[in-house]
Design a protein around this ligand. Structure first.
Ligand SMILES: NC(=O)c1ccc[n+]([C@@H]2O[C@H](COP(=O)([O-])OP(=O)(O)OC[C@H]3O[C@@H](n4cnc5c(N)ncnc54)[C@H](O)[C@@H]3O)[C@@H](O)[C@H]2O)c1
Length: 255
């Protein structure tokens, strides 16, 4: 068990890729905090972890709201006494529609940034004091391969995920003296429900993406779990500030 008793907060763990991280971490012995704005889903995933014999805590959080992220961190510290790992996976992704760059309302643009960028910062702001007190911690942010290749028709989303790269590098620099690792994973196009049902995809889109990868099959949520476990484990203690693409070779490049 590579993550025995590591207290791990995973935001957006109520469905999709976040759920896969939650289950994968529980199997490695982590105490998993299933944090989501959809509390019902967080409870469902917690139930799945219990049925596997794991330990988990469902938490309602809106990462775009500072009071809510502070409450989340406090609840976790009260229950488990520490916070070892934070995965900033929550994002506005499900329900996005592929559409031209100038077609979004200002409200939609701002909401994507409030959750994807401010939410990542606020979760760090709430959790890092506990990690500093421990002298150690692991933060795993979630960017996207879309920022490397400049995927069209999701401009607000792609721009928000590019911000995560800068946030990761700058924060890694500021937190190095506290023994805190900050890295980001850039998933390729992954067959979560959100990707499968995305409106505006041209016919055959999923297959075209798979054909552009080195490994010519669609990426599944479980394909991301091993890298997250590695970044949360002691095996990655000297790795920080990095952008790691996990995409079957789709981008074949750094961030
Ligand atoms: N699926 C892909 O192809 C892909 C590719 C690259 C990056 N990503 C990133 O991976 C992550 C997970 O992707 P997914 O496909 O599972 O997406 P998803 O939209 O299915 O899951 C996002 C989760 O975040 C939660 N969430 C949304 N707003 C929230 C808020 N304000 N506070 C707390 N939780 C909130 C949702 O309820 C949901 O459970 C996201 O960060 C996404 O941007 C996904």
């Amino acid at each position: 068990m590579r993550l025995k008793d590591k207290v791990t907060i995973i935001t957006g763990a109520g469905q999709g890729i976040g759920r896969a991280y939650a289950i994968g971490f529980a199997k490695e012995g982590a105490k998993v905090v299933v944090a989501d704005i959809n509390f019902e889903n967080a409870q469902k995933v917690t139930g799945e972890i219990f049925s596997l014999g794991g330990e988990a805590l469902p938490v309602h959080v809106d990462v775009s709201d500072e009071k809510s992220t502070l409450d989340m961190a406090r609840q976790v510290a009260d229950k488990f006494g520490r916070i070892d790992v934070l995965i900033n996976n929550a994002a506005i992704y499900y329900g996005l529609r592929l559409q031209p760059w100038n077609s979004y309302s200002v409200e939609e643009w701002d909401r994507v940034f409030a959750v994807n960028v401010r939410g990542t910062w606020l979760a760090c702001k709430a959790v890092v004091p506990y990690m500093i007190a421990q002298g150690k911690g692991k933060i795993i942010n979630i960017s996207s391969g879309t920022v490397v290749v400049g995927i069209p028709f999701l401009l607000h989303y792609v721009t928000s995920k590019a911000a995560i790269v800068g946030l990761t590098r700058s924060l890694a620099t500021e937190l190095g003296d506290h023994g805190i690792n900050v890295n980001c994973i850039a998933p390729g196009f992954t067959m979560s429900e959100a990707s499968k049902t995305m409106e505006g995809k041209p016919p055959g889109f999923d297959e075209i993406v798979a054909a552009m990868q080195c490994f010519k099959r669609s990426q599944q949520p479980e394909d991301l779990v091993g890298t997250a476990i590695f970044l949360a484990s002691e095996d990655s203690d000297f790795i920080t500030g990095q952008f790691i693409a996990v995409d079957g070779g789709f981008t074949r490049s750094g961030g």
